[in-house]
Each structure stands twice: as structure tokens, then as C-alpha cells.
Design a protein around this ligand. Structure first.
Ligand SMILES: Nc1ncnc2c1ncn2[C@@H]1O[C@H](COP(=O)(O)OP(=O)(O)OP(=O)(O)O)[C@@H](O)[C@H]1O
Length: 251
């Protein structure tokens, strides 16, 4: 069996009296796209931040390509992070920089670099997300929300990461633009052969983007299964959540 690309075992995190994560177990295979769903406040972002090394869990193990990353710092952490690409909720583009410098930001770390080459790389990645070279010199604020999301996607893939994290990729987009982004994510994940982890409460997005879906509730993964079982999981928590019912085990 192939080694997991990412494996979380027994991840726990408490903030004051609040036990946010209580033994999260989650494994993602190479080339797999996994979506983690769950209510607002269920700990999806905290899980992601633990993997990114932004929050240190109180207990548990996180392995990337078999390497334990909990507790890594400095250069050792940077080396692991170099495998990661990230699409932030709200796109998080720098409005003081033109589109081409946003797209190549991770390649230059904001430093001066061969502008001609960087513009070429930006153009190539914008093309991958269906954007025209004419926007290279525009500022992000001059673009629509959907276009900003695409620029952020181009930025996430530009360094050709092995693993991409999508944080609520469709938030703030109308259903049609959201679907365009979902389609783009599917084709990028396929074409680039990356491993993907998405956190979302958009069921349509989870179903489209992910091969497999896992549900986080009260700090644990209460269900995980193929995306086409999401509406037929036989799990009362998942049923209530995907149907958006007020009555059920989730209070
Ligand atoms: N740095 C922190 N300090 C204290 N509490 C925190 C911190 N980060 C997160 N929390 C708490 O942990 C809980 C889970 O937060 P998290 O952001 O992971 O939820 P989420 O599932 O991503 O929600 P949403 O879908 O609304 O983004 C929340 O109650 C939040 O207030």
C-alpha cells in the first residue's frame, strides 16, 4: 500500500476550557482529494492550522510523507511547507502588487527577481485558470471576486506544490461562479497530480472537488466515505448536516 501523503493521529487541541480537537484521525493518500466538512466552529480551520504548523497540537502526530512535523520549526518546517500550496478564504491577495507579482509571490518571497521570467510564469499559470494575460498589470481590487479567486488559485499552483489546501474555496461566490471554481480545482488536481485537502461547508463543492469526504464533529472525525455516499451515509450526523435540518443529534 502506498504511504499516506498526510496522516493525522490523535490530534487534540484545547483553548482554555474548550476542547476544540479531541483525537482527530485522518489519512490522505497521494493524489487523493479529501474534503473535511463540519459546522461552523467545529475545528476545521484549527485542524488545517495544525498541519500548516501555525498551531501546535497538545497531543497527537502529523506526518507528511512519513515525516513527523509536529514540533518542527525554522528551516525544517520551511522545508516541509515548501511542499504546500494554499488557497485562502477571501483570496488574501496583496492589493499593493499587480496580479503578476501576486501569482509569483511564493517564488520570489516578495524579493526582486527576474521580472521577465516571473511575468512569463504568471502568464502561464493564469492561463491554466482561464485568465488572460491582459490582467497581468491590474491590481486585485480591479477584478471581480471570481477573478480574484482564480488569481489566488494561480498563485497557489505556481510553485507546483505537492499538496494544496483549499480553505472554503467557494465562500462569497454565487453558485455559478462557485461551480466554475470547483471545476477548475478538479482539473488542476487531476492535471497536476497533487494531493488536496479542502475545508468547506459547501456540500456541492465538497461533492464535486473531493474523492472522499470526512465530517468533523465535537473534535473528532465521525464519518468518512466516498463522495457519492455523502447523501446516503447512514450516519445521523452527516444526514442532519447535509440536509441542513435543525432536528437531530447535532445541537
Ligand atoms: N487561536 C485561538 N484561540 C482561542 N480559540 C480559538 C483559536 N482558534 C480557534 N479557536 C476556537 O476554536 C473553535 C474552532 O474554530 P475553527 O476556526 O477551527 O472552526 P471552523 O470549523 O473552521 O469554523 P468556520 O466554518 O466558521 O470557519 C472556535 O470555537 C474558535 O473560537
Amino acid at each position: 500500500m502506498a504511504e499516506n501523503k498526510i496522516a493525522l493521529e490523535g490530534i487534540s487541541k484545547r483553548f482554555g476550557a474548550m476542547q476544540v480537537l479531541d483525537g482527530v484521525n485522518l489519512a490522505i493518500e497521494p493524489g487523493e482529494s479529501l474534503a473535511v466538512i463540519g459546522q461552523s466552529g467545529s475545528g476545521k480551520s484549527v485542524t488545517l492550522k495544525c498541519i500548516l504548523g501555525l498551531i501546535r497540537p497538545d497531543a497527537g502526530s502529523i506526518r507528511v510523507d512519513g515525516e513527523e512535523i509536529v514540533g518542527l520549526r525554522g528551516r525544517a518546517l520551511d522545508r516541509v511547507r515548501a511542499k504546500f500550496g494554499m488557497l485562502f478564504q477571501g483570496s488574501a491577495l496583496f492589493d499593493s502588487l499587480p496580479v503578476w507579482r501576486n501569482v509569483t509571490f511564493a517564488l520570489t518571497h516578495g524579493q526582486q527577481s527576474d521580472a521577465k521570467e516571473m511575468r512569463r510564469i504568471a502568464e502561464e499559470n493564469l492561463e491554466r485558470v482561464g485568465l488572460d494575460a491582459r490582467i497581468l498589470n491590474l491590481r486585485p481590487s480591479e477584478l471581480s471576486g471570481g477573478m480574484q479567486k482564480r488569481v489566488a488559485l494561480a498563485r497557489a499552483i505556481a510553485p507546483r506544490p505537492e499538496i494544496i489546501f483549499f480553505d472554503e474555496p467557494t465562500t462569497g461566490l454565487d453558485p455559478i461562479r462557485a461551480d466554475v471554481i470547483n471545476d477548475l480545482i478538479v482539473s488542476l488536481v487531476d492535471d497536476l497530480g497533487v494531493t488536496a485537502l479542502t475545508i468547506t461547508h459547501d456540500m456541492a463543492s465538497a461533492r464535486k472537488i473531493a474523492h472522499r469526504v470526512a465530517m468533523l464533529y465535537r473534535g473528532r472525525i465521525v464519518w468518512s466515505g466516498p463522495r457519492d455516499r455523502l447523501y446516503d451515509s447512514g450516519n445521523p450526523y452527516v444526514d442532519q448536516f447535509v440536509q441542513g435540518r435543525a432536528e437531530g443529534p447535532i445541537q
